[in-house]
Design a protein around this ligand. Sequence first.
Ligand SMILES: *Cc1c(COP(=O)(O)O)cnc(C)c1O
Length: 388
Amino acid sequence: MEQIQALRVIRKGEVQHPSVCYGKEDEIMKRVYNFSAGPAVLPEEVLREIADEMLDYRGTGMSVMEMSHRSKPFDEIIQTAEKDFRELLKVPDNYKVLFLQGGAHLQFSAVPMNLMKNRVADYIVTGQWAKRAYEEAKKYGTANKIASSEDRTYSYIPDCSDLPVSENADYVYICENNTIYGTRFQTLPDTKGKDLVADVSSCFLSEPADVSKYAVMYGGVQKNIGPAGMVIAVVREDLITDDVLPGTPTIMKYKTQADAGSLYNTPNCFCIYTCGKVFQWLKRMGGLEVMKQKNEAKAAILYRYLDSSTLFKGTVRKEDRSLMNVPFVTGEKELDAKFVKEADAAGLVGLKGHRSVGGMRASIYNAMPKEGVEALVTFMKKFEEENK
Ligand SMILES: *Cc1c(COP(=O)(O)O)cnc(C)c1O
């Protein structure tokens, strides 16, 4: 196979830290196109800024990693991060923005603990993450599975226009973009007046969203925003009360975190700092409307090719396709494995599908440049030619 090199070699003089030195001759480092589902690609600009500030953050003589979360410079970091996040997503004033630890998984229990006043909640199960949330909620009350796409390996989004929403449901729960299966809700379900809770981990800030349609919107940042170790939860204020389920840990009460400005205990300071830089990058890029256009254009390149290929095919019903996670298969396990291996060697990494689905998956989050998707399609075309 003719070598396609997607590795981008960074040479001396292009970076300010030649102490990070490996590779040969004037090569300082190599950057691959990283299609991992999460932790995932971050904007190169952001990584460079962080590298520049690593030893001395803006004259403090220390790294943000070494800094008190109660210090003035950190206060400015967290305030600015929240302000920029609110601006990007146009978060209404009656919503709190919380920076929380424990990943999306902790929210699977925090949501029922904080919201299940009647101990009834309805779940739309469109994949493994929604299913985990649903199973967790059962511990706290009656969780009803009111729709599911499990019958066809979660390859579509069920019709949610007239669901059997429970009369006394405290909320209706969805996972808006299904990272593993590559589906997404194109329109939000009709909750018949009930509060909507959404896990948006893998589509967070990929396009504008009308926050007012959600009671709680939360996501782990390690997919489309920053490094692992934090969730951002956007919670409507009237839901932030002391009226939580008995036994709810203090730290899991939204009110604790809201009252303390996400600083009840030590937060993931470095993650907040990095996310803040990503928010600034998103603003420089032109905001979420522009990101949506870019993401649609990138996804179109890949889907258009998949629809024309005789070797590869997408696994998701067309109208439910995700803009962020694109699963595909050849139909032959050995060929899939060969593809993943050869792509990896060419600098297109992280393409192996989730262990529960197999095949391939390209995650093309905000920070994946169009050139990365083009390089992937070029590589796929070559592979198709050679493996007819
Ligand atoms: C990755 C992912 C999760 C799990 O996140 P953790 O931070 O590992 O708990 C949950 N939901 C969605 C949609 C995800 O993509």
